[in-house]
Design a binder for this molecule. Structure first.
Ligand code: ASP
Length: 353
C-alpha cells in the first residue's frame, strides 16, 4: 500500500512539474501577455494599399498567436519571445532575417538580442550575414556561451559550432530592399556632389514601400510576461539601409534596444539606433520604474516622447511590466505593433490612432 501511495505521489509530482501551468497559481493562469513591434517610421495610410495592410496585419497576428500558444501552455517568456520574433524574421515584410535591408557594400548584416528578466541573463549578435534566424543565435549566446555579444565572423563560427541554421546570402535578399539600396547609393553620390549632408535628403520610394525609407525603422521585437511572472524581451534587425563600416545600432545592445528585468519591465525598441544608444532607451524605462517608482506608461512616455524627442531621435518602443500592463509609445507617424493578453483576441495597430 505504502509503495502504491509513493508511486501515486511521484506520478502527481511529475504531472505538475512537466506542465508549467500547474506550477503557477490558479489566479495567474490567464495572466500572460505578449507585445510586439515590426518597426516605426513615416508610415502613412495613403501609402499603404489594402493588400499591404492586410498582409502586415496578418503577419503581426500570426506572430502574436505563435507566442501566445507557448505562453498559454505554461511556456517561458524567453521562448515565446524567440518564437514570435522568428515568425517576423522569416517574413520579407520586415527589416529582420529574410527581407533585411542592405548595407553599403550590398549584403545583409543583421543584429539581434535577447534578455531574460529572471536573472538578467542576455545574449546578442551583431553583423551576422548567414544566420537564418539571428534571434536563435542570440539565445544560444545567452544560454551556451560565457559572453553577451558576439559579432561578425566569430559569431558565425559560434553558430556553426552550435548547429544553428545558416542560410545563403540570397535567402535574405528581396528586390524591394535591393532597389532601396540603389536609391540610397545614388543619393550618396548626389550628396557628395553637393554639401555632403548624409541625412537631409529623403529617398523617393517607388516600390510601394509604405514607409519612407529615409525615416523607416523596420526592426522587429517582442516582450512577454509568462504565467510564472517572468519577463523577457528580444529585438532583431537588418539595421539601416546603406550603413557602412560595420555600423552597429541599438538593437543588439542590451540596455539600448532591449532590456528585461522582473523588477520592472521588458522593453524592445525600434528607431534611429544612434539616438537609442545615446539615450540607453530600454534600460532607462526600466530604471525609471525601479528607482523612481514611475508606472510603465509614465516611464515609457518620458523616454520616448520627451527624452528622445528633445534629442531628435525618431522611433518607438513596446513594453510589458510584471502586472501585465502594456505600453507602445512612438514619436513617429506610425509603428507596426500589437499585443495579446491571456485568451483575448490580438490587438493590432499601424498608424497613430
Ligand atoms: N534601431 C535599428 C538600428 O538603428 C533600426 C530599426 O529600428 O529599424 O539599427
Amino acid at each position: 500500500m505504502k509503495y502504491f501511495l509513493a508511486i501515486l505521489i511521484m506520478a502527481g509530482l511529475y504531472v505538475m512539474t512537466s506542465h508549467g501551468a500547474a506550477l503557477a497559481h490558479d489566479e495567474d493562469k490567464d495572466k500572460y501577455v505578449l507585445v510586439i513591434h515590426g518597426g516605426a517610421g513615416t508610415i502613412l495610410k495613403e501609402k499603404i494599399s489594402e493588400e499591404q495592410e492586410t498582409a502586415i496585419r496578418a503577419k503581426l497576428e500570426e506572430a502574436l498567436l505563435t507566442g501566445q500558444a507557448i505562453l498559454e501552455r505554461g511556456g517561458e517568456a524567453v521562448d515565446a519571445v524567440v518564437a514570435t520574433i522568428k515568425v517576423m524574421e522569416d517574413s520579407p515584410l520586415f527589416n529582420a532575417g529574410r527581407g533585411a535591408v542592405f548595407n553599403h557594400e550590398g549584403y545583409n548584416e543583421m543584429d539581434a538580442s535577447l534578455m531574460d528578466g529572471r536573472d538578467l541573463n542576455a545574449g546578442a549578435v551583431a553583423g551576422v550575414t548567414s544566420v537564418k534566424n539571428p534571434i536563435t543565435l542570440a539565445r544560444e549566446v545567452m544560454i551556451n556561451s560565457k559572453h553577451v555579444i558576439l559579432s561578425g565572423k566569430g559569431a558565425e563560427e559560434f553558430a556553426k559550432s552550435r548547429q544553428i541554421e545558416l542560410a545563403d546570402p540570397e535567402y535574405f535578399r528581396t528586390e524591394k530592399r535591393w532597389n532601396q539600396l540603389q536609391k540610397a547609393l545614388e543619393k550618396d553620390i548626389v550628396r557628395l556632389d553637393h554639401d555632403g549632408d548624409q541625412t537631409s535628403d529623403s529617398i523617393t520610394d517607388t516600390e510601394g514601400d509604405p514607409i519612407d525609407p529615409e525615416h523607416k525603422f523596420g526592426t522587429v521585437g517582442a516582450a512577454a510576461l509568462d504565467m510564472h511572472g517572468n519577463l523577457a524581451a528580444g529585438t532583431s534587425t537588418g539595421g539601416m539601409t546603406n550603413k557602412r563600416w560595420n555600423r552597429i545600432g541599438d538593437s543588439p545592445v542590451v540596455g539600448a534596444g532591449t532590456y528585461a528585468d522582473n523588477n520592472s519591465c521588458a522593453v524592445s525598441g525600434t528607431g534611429h539606433g544612434e539616438y537609442f544608444l545615446r539615450a540607453v532607451v530600454a534600460h532607462s524605462i526600466c530604471a525609471l520604474m525601479e528607482y523612481k517608482g514611475l508606472t510603465l506608461a509614465q516611464a515609457a512616455d518620458e523616454i520616448v516622447m520627451h527624452k528622445l524627442v528633445d534629442m531628435g531621435g525618431e522611433g518607438g518602443i513596446i513594453a510589458v511590466d510584471g502586472q501585465g500592463n502594456v505600453a507602445m509609445p512612438f514619436n513617429t507617424e506610425g509603428m507596426y505593433r500589437g499585443y495579446i493578453k491571456g485568451h483575448d483576441k490580438p490587438v493590432i495597430g499601424i498608424y497613430k490612432d
